[in-house]
Design a protein. Structure first.
Length: 240
């Protein structure tokens, strides 16, 4: 029987206590693009949305499961989007700001650490680790059904096949289906920063029945078609 457990009250409170720190880069972007008054309004609304969403956050088995990290990041992202939408901002503005934040975070990673990460993600140990937690996350109704596999070392060193995506499930559960087409922007950023050579020919967010990502060490990471408008998007001039 599948689990439907959520994070506990202690974890909820811990994340609320960290909100100011977690939202810091969003705050900086909001001030830059919209001015202080609008930034304060959107931040306050984001916190209200965050308080409502957090108790409904799925909890997956595994103390160090990457999927818990991903879903909790998604909660803040959805709260931010709901706040932006309430204040009349276009969806592209939300995605572009979130994209910039993640891009800057990843670009700040030292080259030596990027090299270490690349060595790890192209190791047998990584496939063992990720499949161990992938099996556990599939036990939750709101989790991923996903399998990582060794590639042919020509088109890919490894790849995954995802039949159910936890992020997309979360978007549907909280009435933000319009975010679904942009579900892979973090994957793209991680791929080009760490030299993972991602190709994403099938994607549930673009209407396919399955999502497949193929990784080839050192290959240039092309911008997926669904993200071209975000990569090239200019946020409208600042208003106060």
């Amino acid at each position: 029987m599948k689990s439907n457990s959520c994070i506990d009250n202690k974890t909820v409170q811990k994340k609320l206590n960290r909100f100011n720190k977690s939202f810091m880069k969003y705050r900086q972007k909001l001030v830059r693009y919209y001015g202080s008054d609008t930034a304060e309004q959107i931040e306050s609304q984001t916190l209200d949305e965050y308080k409502q969403l957090l108790p409904k956050t799925p909890k997956f088995r595994g103390k160090f499961s990457i999927y818990n990290t991903l879903i909790c990041k998604n909660v803040l992202f959805v709260a931010f989007y709901k706040a932006m939408k309430k204040y009349g901002k276009e969806i592209q503005e939300t995605i572009r700001i979130s994209y910039e934040i993640e891009e800057e975070k990843h670009n700040a990673i030292p080259a030596a650490l990027r090299w270490v990460v690349r060595k790890i993600v192209f190791s047998r140990l990584f496939l063992f680790y990720i499949n161990r937690y992938s099996a556990k996350v599939g036990e939750h109704t709101e989790g991923w059904i996903i399998k990582y596999k060794k590639g042919d070392d020509n088109f890919s060193n490894w790849y995954f096949e995802c039949h159910e995506c936890g992020m997309i499930k979360y978007f549907h559960a909280h009435d933000v289906e319009e975010l679904v087409p942009y579900c892979n922007f973090l994957d793209y950023i991680q791929s080009y920063v760490f030299g993972m050579g991602m190709r994403n020919p099938q994607n549930i967010g673009q209407g396919d029945s399955i999502c497949c990502e193929y990784m080839k060490k050192g290959r240039f990471t092309e911008v997926p078609g669904n993200l071209l408008e975000i990569v090239n998007y200019d946020i409208p001039s600042r208003s106060t």
